[in-house]
Design a protein. Structure first.
Length: 599
């Protein structure tokens, strides 16, 4: 009997112990949840009803050198889908309403599956207000669909300088992986041109707004009346070196043509105008860009997205004759009194033809009349490696360092180049063509414009650039950027002789007398780049005025023939436009702001 009582008591004790332990554990857990973790659980409960919205900053405005607005911002609606709350059976309805092809929404959502399903996916930018109104009216039946107001690029001066300005584009997965601390999926970033080069300066800083939402993530109010909101900070405004009226004239002159133009202020390296033709409409890239449009522009045989000003390379033709003249004069190989007799050509292994029979010519008349015979001979006196050295001094064979994202160096061959190509016994007759800017030598329009500016400004300038600086948002003053000084080291003696020869090309009996102006002394040189695949390309380089030059220029027109006929008249119009721009009142940024406030 005692044994049974003892066993019964023992069992009850064990049961009581289990019950007491369980109660203590539950009580301890309850204590932890109610007391110790109260703050944490309160925060989680709050997070379920508060939503953080990114506020996109305004991108910086672009002004021309006279503070005329070139690129600004306009508000636009952006439609978004948050995958966590979205019903994919709505895909076809949304595609029909926004006017995209079937499968568009599905593909876009799949593309963004690598990111959080709570992160909104931007479906369409630049959505019409009527479409937004439809979504607003039907929001009860469209879970996970909302819209925000963003800023898209606007071009109040018209669509000009598209390759220079560049455009914005949704950030790529590759770039996002590198800069995920700064950007998020769906952000738009500079894709090329100034928009890309100065992205970090002009993109601004995001802000945040906290709103109250219901269980379906619909906005029901502002959290704490917006006291915790962080306003976005606008990006810096840029002042460009472009002169808008000159740029417009240059663009007009290239309507229906293919080619490029670069105009530079010789003393500063500031680019006054830059054209690449054909160009493209920047407005088509500032919001939703249909696939059909992208397919057509990417497959266009005339490559409108290609920046010919900095990327196209061609032989410079006779515009390169001044380089040989400068080298020979600077080295003391020739003097202004040195002459040759042009009998219609030059023989070195074979006969190299001149386009005329010029008789006795010196360096001035050789430049004026563009005598091939003179420069065929001259390059042999200089030597190929010395010739390349002088070409390098003027920036050829290397990128200029312009503040744009795309540029190629071109090619200046030397002895090593020909040894690698032909062997030690390479034919020296090849050099004759180099003397007149033909053969393997290749340059960009930007390089030729820099070359013209260096000749105009006594062999000195600064790295070519399209941005002068940014506007200080507090003082509204221009904060100028600094650019590298360039010094060719070529004597003023040599440069003055060559400049006189270029003056005679237009104002003497040269190949561009038809662009002579009564009030502006233009100096220049025509050139024709031989093209084995079709009609030759036309070149003209020059500067004006002769004394104290304000503008240097290079013009390329593809597949049209002679430079004097097709390129020189364009240069004349652009030079006139820029010189006329000085007649306008000089304004500062503060002046422009004052006018805006009055109006």
């Amino acid at each position: 009997m005692k044994t049974e009582n003892f066993g019964s008591i023992k069992r009850r004790a064990i049961i009581y112990a289990i019950i007491i332990s369980t109660v203590m554990i539950l009580a301890g857990r309850l204590f932890q949840m109610q007391i110790l973790n109260r703050i944490e659980y309160d925060k989680k409960a709050t997070d379920n009803s508060i939503k953080s919205l990114e506020l996109q900053p305004l991108r910086g405005v672009f002004y021309d050198r006279n503070y005329k607005v070139l690129v600004s911002n306009n508000p636009a609606y952006t439609l978004r889908i948050t995958p966590a709350y979205y019903d994919t059976s709505l895909n076809r309805i949304i595609e029909a309403v926004i006017g995209t092809e079937p499968g568009f929404v599905k593909n876009l959502l799949q593309k963004n599956r690598i990111y959080s399903k709570f992160l909104p996916v931007k479906i369409r930018r630049g959505v019409d207000f009527k479409v937004i109104a439809w979504f607003e009216e039907n929001s009860e039946h469209l879970p996970g669909v909302d819209y925000i107001i963003e800023m898209q690029r606007f071009y109040p001066a018209g669509v000009i300088a598209s390759h220079t300005f560049g455009y914005t584009k949704e950030i790529s997965p590759e770039q996002l992986a590198k800069e995920k601390e700064f950007y998020k999926p769906g952000d738009y970033v500079g894709h090329n041109g100034i928009e890309k080069t100065y992205e970090k300066l002009i993109c601004g800083t995001k802000g945040y707004s906290y709103v109250l939402v219901d269980s379906r993530q619909r906005r029901i109010g502002q959290y704490l009346d917006g006291r915790d909101d962080v306003l976005p900070k606008k990006g810096n405004d840029l002042v460009l070196s472009i002169e808008a009226s000159t740029q417009k004239v240059a663009e007009e002159e290239f309507k229906g043509k293919r080619g490029a133009l670069v105009a530079i202020e010789p003393s500063s390296g500031e680019i006054l105008a830059m054209v690449s033709a054909p160009d493209y409409d920047l407005n088509r890239f500032s919001y939703f860009t249909p696939k059909t449009f992208l397919d057509s522009i990417y497959s266009d045989p005339f490559t409108p997205l290609f920046n010919r000003a900095t990327m196209s390379v061609h032989p410079p033709g006779s515009t390169f004759k001044m380089l040989s003249a400068l080298a020979a004069l600077d080295m003391g190989i020739i003097t202004p009194s040195y002459t040759i007799t042009c009998g219609g050509g030059f023989t070195f292994g074979r006969f190299f033809k001149c386009h005329g029979n010029h008789g006795t010519v010196n360096v001035l008349t050789a430049i004026e009349k563009s005598c091939n015979s003179f420069f065929y001979r001259l390059i042999y006196k200089i030597g190929i490696d010395k010739w390349k050295e002088y070409a390098t001094r003027f920036g050829f064979g290397n990128i200029t360092g312009v503040d744009l994202t795309e540029e190629v160096p071109g090619l200046i061959p030397d002895e090593n180049y020909y040894v690698k190509r032909y062997g030690e016994n390479w034919p020296r007759s090849i050099m004759a063509s180099l003397g007149i800017g033909q053969g393997e030598v290749s340059v960009t329009p930007l390089q030729l414009a820099q070359y013209a500016s260096l000749i105009a400004n006594d062999g000195k300038s600064k790295t070519p650039h399209v941005v002068r600086g940014y506007i200080d948002d507090k003082t509204e003053d221009l904060v100028p950027f600094t650019y590298k000084e360039i010094n060719t080291g070529v004597s003023k003696y040599a440069l003055d002789i060559v400049k006189e020869g270029m003056f005679l090309v237009v104002n003497g009996h040269g190949t561009a007398t038809h662009i002579r102006l009564p009030d502006i002394s233009i100096c220049g040189k025509t050139g024709t780049a031989q093209n084995p695949h079709g009609k030759d390309h036309a070149w003209f380089i020059g500067f004006a005025p002769y004394e104290n030059p304000k503008i240097a220029i290079a013009v390329l027109v593809e597949n049209v023939g002679f430079g004097g006929t097709h390129a020189a008249p364009i240069a004349k119009k652009v030079i006139q436009a820029y010189m006329n721009s000085f007649k306008k009142d000089d304004k500062t940024f503060k002046d422009e702001i004052a006018v805006m406030k009055i109006n």
